[in-house]
Design a protein around this ligand. Structure first.
Ligand SMILES: O=P(O)(O)OC[C@H]1O[C@](O)(CO)[C@@H](O)[C@@H]1O
Ligand SMILES: [Fe+2]
Length: 185
């Protein structure tokens, strides 16, 4: 199933619009993404305190509750490490068959997807793009534009995050700038 439906957002979300005791905010700086980017030399020269993305997550039920939903807003800054675009860490779900929706709110980029057989493909993200991420498909987002990329997500409260599989083997393809064109290599 490889869909890329489009809807018209009536409200532009921002990280700040989620508040309250059920909201958890986090920031990933470049130093949190050690091993994620291919160009180690370029990464080594960059400021590790630099923020790459912020996530605000609305968690109305406890983590692992069956049948609940979580919702998040991510702001991913523009930038590159070498020729590779700033991107989220990426993960499978711990409960591997759990699916998720992502939707583009502001800016432009790509959702990079990889199934368990390590087939990789990408869907263009833009304000109003809607992306269904099936279970057993790893997902990460790259900002290919010159402004911040804001996207939102909705996922089951018992999905969990499996970062270890990606930390061990990475994605089979990377999204890099080839003569100004975002290209999966
Ligand atoms: O969890 P990662 O791979 O750092 O990516 C951040 C995004 O993914 C989510 O974990 C949801 O899949 C959100 O909290 C956020 O939108
Ligand atoms: Fe996810």
């Amino acid at each position: 199933m490889r869909t890329n439906k489009v809807f018209i957002p009536e409200v532009f979300f921002t990280n700040d619009c989620l508040t309250g005791e059920d909201v958890v905010k986090s920031t990933r700086v470049l130093g949190d993404l050690d091993g994620v980017f291919q160009d180690k030399e370029a990464y080594g020269k960059m400021n590790k305190e630099q923020a790459v993305y912020h996530v605000s997550s609305y968690l109305p039920v406890l983590e692992n509750t069956p049948g609940g939903l979580f919702m998040g807003i991510t702001t991913l800054y523009p930038g590159k490490v070498g020729q590779e675009y700033f991107m989220t860490k990426g993960h499978f779900h711990s409960n591997s068959d759990r699916a998720e929706f992502y939707w583009g709110v502001e800016g432009e980029g790509f959702l990079i997807l990889m199934d368990e057989r390590r087939n990789v493909w990408a869907e263009r993200m833009f304000p109003g793009s809607l992306h269904y991420i099936p279970g057993k498909v790893a997902h990460r987002v790259a900002n290919t534009g010159y402004q911040k990329l804001v996207f939102s997500a909705c996922w089951p409260s018992d999905a969990g995050h499996d970062y270890a599989t990606i930390a061990d083997a990475g994605f089979a393809r990377r999204l890099v700038d080839v003569n100004g064109v975002p290209t999966l290599v």
